[in-house]
Design a protein around this ligand. Structure first.
Ligand code: AMP
Ligand code: GLY
Length: 422
């Protein structure tokens, strides 16, 4: 089989590695991939948002199956176009990807169908938003409606900060059209859990739970990033909570999307907060998480391609999806200065014995040399019998890698470890 994977980060590298385990896979094209992915797939310099280019490439190369991994092409209708061209795909159509593409849509959906989430108001008019803030409890959370590279969420600790965030989004158009509408919501507290799920629109199969570490600095300090590391499973996500989430959140969401005529097929990501009032949805993503995928897929024992095709064919109920009982830890190595500004172009040294554990996110090839080419450079995942060992093993592997301006957090998994010892 000839496969195509749209995207070019660590998540896509993890997906490609897992797909390759299926013996029927002959070729995988990555559009655009990256210098590190080039070891595992044929990288083609077509941007992940060039929907026409992707579709033309898929037709020309008689692709048997396509996986669209990032949010932008999904929201732009990449799956719709590939399907029109007769190419079976993993990923939601645009009308379902809106669950991530518009926070106003997702909040209104949750309200309409009684799915637990933070209380909120939406605004199109800046003056109304500013007037509302005068009465809103502080801290408060301001969210741009559309996609904003994970930067469109501001937790304001003072009224002034909240007003500044609203003005930046609505007046200065910091996130362009994504900030034309905003959501102002209640600040919630509690441990966060990421649950990625497979769904064919009828059945929903949650994958193993995970925990992201979003802040740039140790002990959750500094700016929010795309994610600095992950562990799986998440110790806060007990069987009892999983059952409650299935009944109160997962199944109602699938049902709600069907009722709205927006059946979701693909990977639906539930970003949850376990509040004192029970689990609530912080966000939906219409795709695999990054770097959650780098700990979840290494624990998947079933064949990924088989599961993905069952999602596409609507036969997920009859398809076993098994996870190992081991633990995984992924430490992201980034460029110093991420997520604000950073230098790139440094040569990376990755020993051959470490390479199988490395998912490359931001790198380009210069002849034989692999150069850093992004904020998040790579993720190093170890799978072991206990969380403690997985953490130790991933940091040991991190220690074997070097490149200029390398930066990583030293405490990935420590909060989870403390929770396990409680
Ligand atoms: P999001 O991009 O929606 O995942 O938000 C980024 C991060 O902001 C989340 O992972 C949470 O840590 C935090 N966050 C978002 N919404 C809230 C909320 N209502 N209360 C507290 N923290 C939140
Ligand atoms: N790691 C969070 C995300 O993929 O959105």
């Amino acid at each position: 089989m000839k496969l195509l994977v749209v995207g070019g980060g660590g998540r896509e590298h993890a997906i490609i590695r897992k797909l390759k385990e299926n013996p029927s896979v002959e070729t995988i094209y990555a559009l655009p991939g990256n210098g590190g992915i080039a070891k595992d797939a044929q990288c083609v310099p077509i941007s992940a948002t060039d929907i026409e280019g992707i579709t033309a490439f898929a037709k020309e190369h008689a692709i048997d199956y396509a996986v669209v991994a990032p949010d932008d092409p999904l929201v732009l209708g990449c799956v719709d176009e590939l399907e029109k061209a007769g190419i079976p795909c993993f990923g939601p159509e645009a009308k379902a990807a809106i669950i991530e593409g518009s926070k106003v849509f997702s909040k209104d959906l949750m309200k309409k169908y009684g799915i637990p989430t933070a209380a909120y108001e939406t605004f199109r008019d800046m003056d109304q938003a500013l007037a509302y803030l005068e009465t809103a409890p502080i801290p408060t959370v301001i969210k741009a409606d559309g996609l904003a590279l994970g930067k469109g969420v501001i937790i304001a600790q003072t009224l002034e900060e909240a007003k500044t965030a609203v003005k930046e989004m609505m007046q200065d158009k910091k996130f362009g059209k994504s900030g034309e509408q905003i959501v102002i919501e209640q600040f919630l507290t509690g441990p966060e859990v990421s649950v990625l799920s497979f769904t064919d629109g009828k059945t929903v199969v949650p994958m193993i739970s995970s925990m992201d570490h979003k802040r740039a600095g140790d002990h959750d300090t500094g700016l929010n990033t795309g994610g600095m590391g992950t562990i799986a499973p998440n110790p806060y996500y007990t069987e009892e909570i999983a059952k409650q989430c299935m009944e109160e959140i997962f199944l109602p969401t699938i049902h709600a999307m069907n009722q709205e005529g927006r059946t979701f097929k693909g990977c639906l990501y539930f970003g949850l907060m376990l509040t004192p009032d029970g689990p609530k949805v912080i966000e939906y993503n219409c795709r695999f998480g990054d770097p959650e995928t780098q700990v979840v897929l290494p624990l998947l024992e079933s064949d990924l391609l088989t599961v993905m095709r069952a999602v596409t064919n609507g036969t997920l109920a009859e398809t076993p999806v098994r996870f190992s009982h081991k633990h995984a830890c992924c430490v992201i190595m980034a460029s110093e200065g991420y997520p604000v500004s950073y230098e790139k172009g440094y040569e990376m040294q990755i020993p051959a014995e470490t390479e199988p554990y490395v998912y490359v996110a931001g790198a380009k090839l210069d002849g034989e040399k692999l150069l850093t080419n992004g904020g998040r450079v790579l993720g190093v995942t170890a799978v072991e019998d206990s969380l403690e060992e997985a953490i130790r093993s991933s940091y040991e592997k991190v220690g074997t890698i070097s490149f200029g301006n390398a930066y990583y957090r030293h405490d990935i998994g420590q909060r989870a470890l403390a929770a396990l010892k409680d």
